[in-house]
Design a binder for this molecule. Structure first.
Ligand code: 6PG
Length: 249
């Protein structure tokens, strides 16, 4: 394993393959959860959809492998959601529920899926209200979110913040509506004003299909890409890659 340290708030970690990527991601979550619980009494994490995190999610259900997070004191949120029923194969909440959320002792009240019923604007508004309720409780000096996991699309999108979208340009709201991605669906997404206040963001990329966009973000440093606009005020951004995704660095 090759680990490149890039500075106090920015790291690139390269793992040999997708399985090691999943292990490292799960370890980062468990470590961050334990530290946050010690410090703040609870852990707040937001996760993304797509294929990349699914192996990591499956590991989180495996306490016997040592992935023991303080679930009773964990709150889980979604960075974005496709507006389809939770039972759909395209639902981010549905996938995470099947992979680990239903298998770990997370209290029901600590699970905060993005609402998918009704008009997209109403779903976004309701999730913003839910986030404010959940994140403004507790110490005012703690970060709003302890950890956010993001994937990256081949166009550089993260969450459902697509290049050229109004959601990407949002300056105030924490949640916005958006349309795009594969499958092309109406979506609700956290925005940069919220994501950039997190204590730590992990951007995961796996496979040769991501090598170009990872190079554009990390070598060419294209500042207009949604992924490079993830820039934390006081926190850490970690790019967690496998060797194929890192092959053009
Ligand atoms: C979604 C996402 C999205 C995803 C990327 C990468 O719901 O589609 O949250 O931002 O993370 O598109 O997707 P893959 O992991 O499938 O490549």
């Amino acid at each position: 394993m090759n680990s490149l340290r890039q500075g106090p708030g920015f790291h690139i970690i390269v793992e040999p393959d997708h399985a090691f990527l999943a292990l490292r991601g799960a370890r980062l979550l468990v470590e961050s959860a334990s530290l946050s619980e010690k410090r703040w009494g609870e852990f707040r994490v937001a996760i993304s959809g797509g294929n990349t995190p699914r192996a990591m999610h499956a590991l989180l259900a495996q306490e016997d492998l040592g992935f023991k997070a303080p679930w009773e004191n964990t709150h889980i949120f979604w960075a974005d959601e496709r507006l389809v029923p939770y039972e759909s194969n395209f639902s981010n909440y549905g996938a995470a529920k099947r992979d680990f959320v239903s298998k770990v002792p997370l209290p029901r009240k600590n699970i905060h899926p993005i609402p998918v019923k009704g008009r997209p604007e109403a779903a976004a508004k309701a999730y913003e209200a839910e986030l404010k309720r959940a994140l403004f409780s507790g110490s005012q000096s703690r970060p709003l979110l302890d950890l956010v996991f993001l994937g990256i699309g081949t166009d550089g999108h993260v969450a459902s913040l697509f290049p050229g979208s109004s959601a990407l340009e949002e300056r105030n709201k924490w949640v916005a509506i958006s349309k795009g991605g594969n499958p092309l669906l109406q979506r609700v997404t956290m925005t940069l004003p919220l994501i950039n206040q997190a204590a730590m963001v992990v951007i995961m990329a796996s496979g040769r299909g991501k090598a170009d966009i990872v190079k554009r973000a990390l070598v060419d440093k294209e500042g207009s890409l949604p992924a490079t606009r993830v820039s934390l005020k006081g926190g850490r951004v970690i790019w967690l890659l496998d060797q194929k995704a890192a092959s053009r660095l």
